[in-house]
Every structure is written in C-alpha cells, then in structure tokens.
Design a protein around this ligand. Structure first.
Ligand SMILES: C[S@@+](CC[C@H](N)C(=O)[O-])C[C@H]1O[C@@H](n2cnc3c(N)ncnc32)[C@H](O)[C@@H]1O
Length: 324
C-alpha cells in the first residue's frame, strides 16, 4: 500500500460521542490493540503504530501520522458486519435494481485507465460497497473511503478491516480534501450520494475532485440523472419503479430506508452511533437536488475535465465519467 508522510488533519468527534460511550482498556480489533477513554485523536503513525493524542480544540495537525482513520465512530463490537453490509446492499438495490451494473461500469472504466494497483477514492462511500468491489477487482488497489455518517463508517471499518483507509469528512465543507492523506488519485468514484449537495456546492466539488486526480485520472458519478430529452417518459419510468418498490416493501421482500435505520437503532453496537448520526444529519439527510444529466456534464466541463460523457444509463439513472 502506498504510504504518505503528509501531515494529516482530523475532525475530532463531538463531545457527546465521548460522553455516550465507555471504552474497554484493551479491546482488540485485530490490528488495533489499544484505546484510551476520553481521547479525541487517534492515528496510525508511519510505522503503523496506533497513536492516541489528547484532545485539542479545532482541527489539530498530527505530524508524522501516516493516516488517521475514523476510528472514533468505529466499534470493535460489530461482529455481524457482513450481515449489515449485505442488508445495506439489499436496501439500496430496492431503489437501484441495476446497482451492480453501474458499479461494474465504474470499475470497468478504472480497469481501462489504471489497472493493476489503482489509487482510488470512494467518495461518500458509506458502508464501503464500492471499496469492497474495487478491492475484489483490483486486490492491489490503494483505496481511501470518505464519508461522514458514523453508522455507515462503522460498518465500513468492520467489514474492510484495515484493507482501505477510512476518512471522516464533510463534503459540504470546502476544506474536506485536507483530510485526505494523499492526492494524485487514478480514480474518484461515487454513487447515489452527491444529490445530497446543493447545486453551487456540487459545482465546486467537481473542481475540487479535478484537482485531486492525476493527469489521465477519471471521476465517475452514478446517480439519479434523468435524460433531458425524455422528461415525460422518465416520469412514467420512475412512477413504475416506485410502484414496484412499494409492492416489494409491502410484501416484506426487502427493508425500506426507514426500516433499515429502525433496525440500526435497535442494534447494540450501531444504536449509539445512530444517535450521533442524528447530530451529523439532523434532518435525516440534506435536501435532495436531482438535476438532469446535462447539468452534470456542463459542470464537469466547467471544472476543467478534458473528456466528459456517460458510461452507463439505466432508466432515470446514469453514470457520468470525466477524464482529467
Ligand atoms: C445512499 S448513501 C450511498 C453510499 C455508497 N456510495 C453506496 O453506494 O452504497 C449516500 C452516502 O453519502 C454520504 N454523504 C452525504 N452527504 C455527505 C457529506 N456532506 N459528506 C460526506 N458524505 C456524505 C452519506 O453519509 C452516505 O454514506
């Protein structure tokens, strides 16, 4: 795995997180052997030793840290991470029956441009669905997953188990990229996430992503991006998909978004993190903004990408790709 000696900035967790938890003196997560109650900054140093530094206000720089993970929302008690991962995937597939197709299209694009050991950023990666598939396709890949949700990141931590770097950052903030341990990615991949950002912020984010890529690197965003030329048909396709999904919920085939989060609330390990999540996303999540695909293509061109286009479409959803 490529290492970086760059200083690393880490958002400390809110005080309420520390108040809501008690830590054993010697928990064992396989690679991480110690932890101390009441600390706020946890880092792996250049020799992969876990470093815990006392809490300091603001966004302290932890020099000599190779990378800092979101260990703060991690819990060593998630013994059933695989089950949570699977149920997340099923819940997402209820919205996106062709989810695997779009994720495969993304990874095909990575394969075509940077096979071998690609450096990948899984942006707003949640539980790690893209990261896990990328590692399966490219076992030598160097993957960083970034997200803000303490519940989803805890599942990612547990199911990835050290195979990818995990970073907590808020994409609404212009300084989010400062939390990354390194730049120069071959691919930045994201799915079903950036519609949580408002237009102006998303346009800026596209420029920020452009700066994170190496020359020739690619950005792929799969999301709800209707075809501008088919507004009427798209509405009918979407209504049909909604009816199908409601029928599946009613028959108990799969959990709805709300039901999935209700289960999280009752889980002994994830429940406390769900309380923290409500602080991070007080309204559940931010308002959705779902422009047609032309908006994305224009914004990516304006961000400076040399080639911009569509690599996948399924109904009202698409994956746009952009080459730096
Ligand atoms: C529907 S989930 C998709 C997760 C993952 N990409 C997948 O396909 O399974 C949307 C993700 O976007 C993340 N997200 C939303 N707003 C964010 C923000 N401002 N900063 C970081 N992550 C954010 C959420 O926490 C969540 O993990």
């Amino acid at each position: 795995m490529r290492t970086s000696t760059l200083p690393y900035r880490h958002d400390p967790p809110p005080d309420s997180w520390f108040r809501s938890r008690r830590f054993p003196a010697d928990f064992d997560t396989g690679e991480i052997q110690s932890y101390t109650t009441g600390t706020r900054h946890i880092a792996l140093d250049g020799a992969d030793n876990l470093k815990i530094t006392p809490g300091r206000p603001g966004f302290p720089v932890l020099p000599r840290s190779r990378y800092v993970t979101t260990l703060w929302p991690m819990t060593p008690y998630i013994a059933n991470a695989r089950a949570w991962q699977e149920s997340w995937d099923r819940q997402q597939e209820a919205y996106l029956p062709d989810r695997e197709h779009r994720l495969a299209a993304m990874l095909d694009a990575v394969d075509a441009t940077a096979a071998g050991a690609p450096r990948i950023l899984d942006l707003a990666g949640g539980t790690g669905s893209i990261t896990l598939r990328a590692l399966q396709r490219f076992p030598r890949a160097d993957v960083t997953l970034l997200d803000l949700d303490p519940v989803l990141l805890a599942i990612a931590e547990a199911s990835l188990h050290g195979r990818a770097r995990i970073v907590t950052a808020d994409l609404r903030r212009p300084d989010w990229a400062a939390t990354l341990p390194a730049r120069g990615f071959d691919a930045v991949l994201t799915a079903t996430a950036l519609h949580w950002l408002p237009a102006e912020r998303l346009g800026r984010l596209y420029r920020e992503i452009h700066r994170l890529l190496d020359d020739g690197g690619i950005f792929v965003n799969a999301d709800h991006m209707p075809d501008d030329a088919l507004p009427g048909l798209t509405a009918r396709i979407t209504a049909r998909a909604d009816r199908d999904r409601d029928a599946r919920y009613a028959a108990g085939v799969v959990l709805s978004w709300r039901d999935w989060w209700d289960r999280v609330d009752t889980d002994p390990a994830l429940g406390p993190l769900a309380a923290l999540r409500r602080e991070v996303y007080p309204a559940g999540h931010t308002a959705e903004w779902l422009p047609p695909i032309s908006w994305h293509l224009d914004a990516l061109r304006a961000a400076g990408f040399t080639e911009v286009g569509t690599i996948w479409r399924g109904g009202a959803d698409a994956a746009v790709a952009a080459v730096r």
